[in-house]
Design a protein around this ligand. Structure first.
Ligand code: NAI
Length: 487
């Protein structure tokens, strides 16, 4: 006999588990099916373990480079990395978070079913586990099955020599040299992290530069400079062609601007993007439409082409970000419970945990112009002029604020610098609420904090930041696009 529920959620990642909890809060009988990890990729092999290791790398980088100036004496000037202990600590962080998710689900009365879910019909789901197969039926289903790393021809993941991000986050020993194929989000987060831990890193990027289209170009420049300083080699217009074993490691052949180059390393990490898991669970078999990029087609309520089935997170649409998935999880639960909701977020903030961090909300200047905002006010405020950043010895970077010149409505905020990941929430709130530059500039920001850079970037866009010297208004060319504080 099949168990019956109001809602069955497939996948317990940050989309699925949040959807399940919200459904239960709304009084719906709810089950969530998970084949592998409670908390999904995010908590187990993605956001959380990578941030743990990135924190460790940053810590070591600061010990090596900043601690002596702050007055610390390191024994023989060196700190050894105990990779086994670091992995144990990282695993503890993930397990603690994943355990918390399971407790939250159970505490809210959600039934957790462990196993691989496959739709038998649009109304019935089979759940296969080592103890057999059971069936569940539901009035509504929520597909939250996520995405997986893309492989490139000739570089099938074996997680020993050719690693996906999952393998790259689980290395038992610290390698001496890594080749990273793909200079996007994951490649640069992992590449910077390993470089901080003392590994020699070469990034192979097919495009003309790293993080293309992923962040404001001015922000990327700051990170590119730091990559160079950290010793990361970045090859652009470069494509990895093949690899072979070389001793206990690899030799990767790369085409760099038409010339072949062989690079020896301990391992090669492939991070060229992720693809939606829409080819699993028999989604197409029950009639769900999928677009040309593999995303399950949905409307603004995240309803699929089969009306009682919804899809959220990486399997549904870009951006493939955990917080977007969670937002959609709450949204869909409320739609199922009969609330009049639709996806209407003005911005999905994004963070790239490189060094320094990049975070953004809203449009770049290019995007703003393309959207019809022909005249912009652009203000930039450097962390080097912020007391808290100076006292932290983290002065690289800036906050850039972009507003429509006629209305002063804030269109985009781009941050590169210390704690950009935490500062960006103010930016997202400002954009979501339709704030003008004056709303941010006239809000008292506490001193001494990094947050003051937001206020001063707004002031800079208005032409009167206090802690940078801006040209007097009269000296500015009438009608010049954007008033800049390029200090
Ligand atoms: P990505 O799309 O960010 O970057 C892939 C890069 O690989 C691109 O720069 C592309 O030009 C390059 N590339 C593609 N094929 C290549 C080839 N054959 N040779 C050399 N370079 C090649 O993809 P990534 O880094 O795998 O991340 C996937 C997604 O995961 C991101 O788009 C993001 O949505 C998400 N993510 C989010 C994070 C965060 O929020 N902090 C962290 C990590 C991932």
């Amino acid at each position: 006999m099949a168990q019956k529920f109001d809602v069955v959620v497939v996948g317990a990642g940050p989309g699925g588990y949040v959807a399940a909890i919200r459904c239960a809060q709304l009084g719906l009988s709810t089950a969530v099916v998970e084949r592998e990890w409670m908390g999904g990729v995010c908590l187990n092999v993605g956001c959380i373990p990578s941030k743990a290791l990135i924190t460790a790398g940053h810590f070591l980088d600061r010990l090596r480079n900043d601690a002596p100036e702050m007055g610390f004496k390191l024994p023989k000037g060196e700190v050894a990395v105990d990779m086994a202990q670091m992995q144990k600590w990282k695993r503890g962080v993930c397990d603690r978070m994943a355990g918390g998710v399971e407790q939250l689900l159970k505490g809210n009365g959600v039934t957790v079913l462990r196993g691989e879910a496959t739709f038998k019909t649009a109304q019935e789901l089979g759940v296969k586990s080592s103890s057999g197969e059971e069936s569940v039926t539901a009035k509504n289903f929520i597909i939250a099955t996520g995405s997986r790393p893309i492989e490139i021809p000739g570089f099938a993941f074996d997680e020993k020599l050719v690693l996906s991000s999952t393998g790259a986050l689980a290395l038992a020993d610290l390698p001496k040299k890594l080749v990273v194929i793909g200079g996007g989000y994951i490649g640069l987060e992992l590449g910077s992290m390993y470089a901080h831990l003392g590994v020699e890193v070469t990034v192979v990027e097919a495009g003309k530069g790293v993080l293309q289209g992923a962040a404001d170009p001015d922000c990327v420049q700051v990170v590119a400079r730091k990559l160079k300083k950290t010793g990361v080699e970045v090859l652009t217009e470069a494509k990895a062609k093949s690899w072979k074993k070389s001793g206990s490691g690899v030799e990767v052949v790369v085409d760099v601007k038409g010339a072949a180059r062989a690079i020896k390393a301990d391992k090669v990490v492939v991070t060229v993007g992720r693809k939606p898991n829409s080819d699993q669970a028999n989604l197409k078999g029950i009639g769900l439409q999928v677009d040309e990029r593999g995303f399950v087609k949905t409307d603004a309520r995240r309803r699929t082409s089969v009306p009682h089935i919804f899809a959220i997170g990486d399997v549904a649409c870009q951006p493939m970000l955990a917080h977007k998935a969670s937002h959609e999880g709450v949204l869909v639960a409320e739609v199922i419970a009969g609330k009049n909701r639709a996806y209407d977020a003005k911005t999905v903030p994004a963070v790239i945990f490189v060094d320094p961090e990049i975070a953004s909300a809203g449009m770049t200047e290019e995007e703003a112009k393309a959207a019809g905002h022909t005249d912009l006010k652009v203000g930039k405020f450097p962390f080097a002029a912020n007391g808290r950043a100076v006292s932290m010895m983290e002065t690289d970077g800036f906050v850039k604020m972009i507003a429509d010149a006629k209305t002063d409505v804030v269109l985009g905020i781009h941050i590169v610098g210390p704690e950009a990941s935490n500062l960006i929430s103010e930016a997202a709130l400002a954009i979501e609420m339709g704030a003008r530059l004056q709303d941010i500039a006239l809000t008292i920001h506490p001193h001494p904090t990094l947050g003051e850079t937001m206020m001063e970037a707004a002031e800079a866009a208005l032409g009167h930041a206090i802690h940078v010297i801006q040209k007097p208004l009269a000296a500015r060319k009438e009608g010049a696009p954007g008033l800049r504080a390029d200090a």
